[in-house]
Design a binder for this molecule. Structure first.
Ligand SMILES: C[S@@+](CC[C@H](N)C(=O)[O-])C[C@H]1O[C@@H](n2cnc3c(N)ncnc32)[C@H](O)[C@@H]1O
Length: 259
């Protein structure tokens, strides 16, 4: 059985999800005490999919969120890099299109989607800022971003109780219900290591999104973040220019100048 660590090497993360794929949805429902269902409803409402829209559901896993989004009549594309999760998703949801790809390098053109959403996926990505840059790139101007992710409960007493749950209760329950309990010790570690609501909001703004806001679910165990890709051509051009300058390779120090 494989377990990823906080280095989040893509093959290790994908392998870990391959191992839990078969019972992922059931384990999820048990470990979240049913809250996963409520978080999904809140996420779909925030995405507000409309008939005919193209929606990208990233780190879609077995496609449970993709199906919920597709009930609106939108065309939903589910992306994940775990072949095990996709196999399980294709078996359960025949009408959803699954694409196997890494979020850090999406196989789509610029400005293709009306909305991009990711639930409990960004925390597992090796370079989340690169993933946010990809989400921005594939969204149409004015397109909507919705991120649902574990976060930090702001109230100290609640936070202490939650940390106790992560440290003692979650490992014991996952031992009973999961096919790969080690994966759930990665879950606790990755939640503890993940930035809080304010820090993630800064990353989203840093990727170029505007109207960035979040709201806490279950007292901040989870936060629902939103943003918009700007419509204004001047703003889009300045974000693109900034991106080009940060992704440009530094000049080689060993090679002689050619001009
Ligand atoms: C915790 S599951 C969430 C699944 C689903 N979104 C849900 O809410 O039930 C995280 C998923 O992210 C996927 N994942 C993690 N990093 C990824 C990456 N860089 N590219 C594509 N998928 C990734 C994993 O394979 C896994 O299926």
């Amino acid at each position: 059985m494989s377990k990823a660590d906080l280095g989040k090497q893509p093959d290790e993360v994908a392998g870990m999800f391959d191992d839990v794929a078969k019972h992922y949805d059931r384990t999820n429902a048990v470990l979240s005490a049913g809250n996963a269902y409520l978080w999904r409803i809140a996420t779909v409402r925030a995405v507000a999919p409309q008939p005919g829209e193209r929606i990208l559901d990233l780190a879609a896993g077995t496609g449970t969120s993709s199906v919920a989004l597709s009930h609106s009549g939108a065309k939903v594309i589910a992306v994940d890099f775990s072949s095990g999760m996709i196999e399980e998703g294709r078996r359960k949801h025949k009408n959803i299109e699954f694409v196997q790809a890494d979020i850090e390098k999406l196989p789509f053109g610029d400005d293709e989607f009306d909305a991009v959403t990711i639930s409990f996926g960004l925390r597992n990505v090796k370079d989340p800022k690169q993933a946010l840059a990809e989400m921005y790139r594939v969204l149409k101007p004015g397109g909507r971003l919705v991120i649902c992710e574990f976060s930090k409960p702001p109230r100290a007493l609640f936070r202490m109780g939650y940390q106790t749950y992560l440290r003692y209760v979650l490992p014991a329950v996952s031992l009973a219900v999961s096919s790969n309990p080690e994966a759930y010790s990665y879950l606790a570690d990755s939640i503890a290591d993940w930035p809080d609501q304010g820090q993630l909001s800064q990353w989203i703004r840093g990727a170029g999104f505007i109207r960035v806001a979040y709201r806490n679910l279950t007292s901040g165990v989870v936060a629902l973040h939103r943003g918009r890709k700007p419509v204004d051509a001047a703003v889009l051009a300045s974000v693109a220019k900034r991106r080009r300058s940060t992704t440009r390779k530094p000049p080689s120090t060993s090679a002689a100048s050619t001009d």
